[in-house]
Design a protein around this ligand. Structure first.
Ligand SMILES: [Zn+2]
Length: 245
């Protein structure tokens, strides 16, 4: 982690709270992105206004990809288009999974968060592991306030990922922390194909969130430079993920 911290931009605010530190560990590779990328200088955006202010200052590009209008930072889009061209010349495709596969806004991350938290609370009440009154109390909190509460339940083995077997952070990002807010992330339909992953990696797009299989992050450097940015390779299910090391 030491080298990684030295590679962060000068204006980056290193979190001192437990949630922020966990987010930096799980999603933090993004913050050392190079190659014309402008990563956020904070781990957690607090509201829509903060996200809009950041996104409005970025060099952006949009394109119709696979039938969806996708918006990304300009450098990320240019390299993605180069990857798509290389894939096409090899009879492969690289397409987004849906309309929200590139840029998201704050409210989009709140909706996704709730789509895991609410069914998860219902599930754990049904299993008798959580009281209905405790579940209602958590439901009534703001999304921002829910994050430490959900992490606390997960430390008691009540998990909130889609299949309820692991942490929610491997299914959806806590509100305000999604890499999609930075416009440096894309969810790819063909993520299962190792040739597609290799082509994306050749253009600066890597996997940086363990277990989020369709999710790619623009880091803007060749693979051999990633360890120099303080990132370590984590192999999982035959894939390489790059995390702050
Ligand atoms: Zn994603």
């Amino acid at each position: 982690m030491k080298r990684f911290l030295t590679k962060l931009p000068n204006e980056f605010k290193v979190p001192t709270d437990a949630v922020g530190q966990r987010m930096l560990k799980e999603y933090g590779a993004l913050f050392v992105a190079r190659g014309g990328a402008t990563p956020p200088n904070t781990v957690i955006f607090k509201d829509e206004a903060e996200v809009s202010l950041y996104q409005s200052g970025l060099a952006k590009a949009s394109a119709n990809l696979g039938g969806f209008k996708i918006e990304l930072q300009a450098a990320a889009m240019k390299n993605l288009k180069d990857a798509i061209a290389e894939a096409n010349s090899n009879d492969l495709t690289i397409t987004p999974r849906g309309a929200d596969s590139g840029k998201r806004n704050y409210s989009g991350t709140v909706t996704l968060w709730a789509s895991r938290v609410n069914p998860g609370l219902t599930h754990w009440v049904g299993k008798g592991k959580l009281s209905e009154s405790e579940a209602s109390r958590i439901r009534s909190l703001s999304p921002f306030e829910q994050v430490p509460e959900i992490f606390k339940l997960e430390s008691d083995k009540m998990f909130f990922s889609k299949d309820l077997s692991k942490s929610i952070v491997y299914s959806v990002a806590p509100p305000g922390t999604s890499q999609h807010l930075s416009m440096l992330a894309l969810d790819v339909s063909e993520h299962d194909n190792s040739k597609v992953r290799d082509i994306l990696a050749g253009h600066g797009w890597f996997q940086t969130v363990v277990s989020d299989l369709p999710h790619f992050t623009f880091l803007g450097v060749p693979e051999k430079q990633l360890s120099g940015l303080g990132l370590k390779k984590v192999s999982d299910g035959g894939r390489a993920f790059w995390l702050p090391g």
